[in-house]
Ligand binder design. Structure first.
Ligand code: NI
Ligand code: MN
Length: 226
């Protein structure tokens, strides 16, 4: 599968020829000004929670691509009111099989509201299983013992973890999270976008290395293959 980084916590992943877009926040992101949100592909859009820095481009991309948006019930109602047509509401603990693989919604310890102040339900992360690899997209979350359930549940080949601290867990807690989920291959997200979450990238990578783990920090626009 190919993984393209669009900045902050936004990734496009191609699985079984379907384009899965996570937490679209591109056009307001200064660091992602070379990415054109109007050309980003999506067959599915997965949204972890309602905060602006995870949903800013969701309505426009969903309308243009007719992608199916997978999110919690409250966010799906809000998106429907914005004119988004294809929605698949889920909630924490639920799993569903799609044509690219299955999605299980898991706990995230954070908050959630929509840009206009609407109630957005609870934040969540996703465990995605495919016939190739399995991965965990944590969304915005603190370190939580619930992550041990994920490690017990499935083999996680790689994981997207927030590392920017301040609003979510930082590097040190992300290393513990990677232990909880039994996964040594981590792609960092939710760092550097704002002043509050600027990190020392070489130091973050070194900290993971010292624990025998790999932290990948993609350039915005970069694509890697897993
Ligand atoms: Ni958030
Ligand atoms: Mn966030």
């Amino acid at each position: 599968m190919d993984i393209t980084y669009y900045g902050h916590s936004c990734f496009g992943i191609t699985i079984n020829e379907k384009n899965i877009l996570f937490d679209p926040f591109i056009s307001p992101n200064e660091l992602a000004k070379n990415i054109n949100a109007e050309t980003v592909k999506a067959d599915y859009i997965l949204i972890s929670h309602g905060h602006e820095d995870h949903i800013a481009d969701a309505v426009s991309i969903a309308k243009r691509t007719k992608a199916t948006v997978i999110c919690n019930w409250e966010i799906s109602v809000w998106l429907q009111n914005q004119g988004v047509e294809n929605l698949h509401p889920m909630n924490i603990g639920g799993k569903k099989l799609f044509d690219f693989g299955s999605v299980k919604c898991v706990n995230a310890v954070h908050s959630s509201s929509l840009p206009d102040g609407s109630y957005a339900g609870n934040p969540m992360g996703f465990v995605v299983e495919t016939n190739d690899k399995n991965f965990y997209y944590a969304g915005d979350t603190a370190l939580t013992y619930d992550m041990k359930l994920i490690g017990d549940y499935r083999k996680i080949d790689f994981a997207f973890l927030p590392i920017g601290d301040n609003f979510t867990m930082g590097v040190d807690n992300a290393i513990i999270a990677s232990q909880f989920i039994h996964c040594s291959d981590v792609i960092g997200m939710h760092y550097d976008t704002f002043e509050f979450i600027k990190i020392d990238k070489p130091e973050a990578i070194n900290k993971f290395n010292r624990q025998g783990k790999k932290l990948t920090l993609l350039e915005i626009g970069e694509t890697i293959t897993k």
